[in-house]
Design a protein around this ligand. Sequence first.
Ligand SMILES: [Zn+2]
Length: 115
Amino acid sequence: MSDLGEGRRMNAIVPIVLVVVLIVGTAVLVVRVGVVARRRGYELGDEVVVRCRAGHLFTTIWIPWVSFKAIRLGWVRLQHCPVGDHWTFVSPVRDSDLTDEKRRIAAQYHDRRVP
Ligand SMILES: [Zn+2]
């Protein structure tokens, strides 16, 4: 193969390698954030108890860096609270800070089934 052909092939391979590195790097980072959050006592997934600024408890889907219905600001999100029917900042509640009564109250309200 000529040098020109080799150069074209490398030009095609480099973007593919970059995309693969970005996807793998992002996946590793998401898993790492999940591990750190669990070590700190926070549950992640589709039944996460969160509290809004007004103190309302409800459950939501909380997956690190994945959100289509909220604006993420680090460990806090701006999203709709189904209890008070208002937009507010919400953050996860540590599992150890929840009583059975608080879990029952939070389970009564779940926002939309979209992360
Ligand atoms: Zn609220």
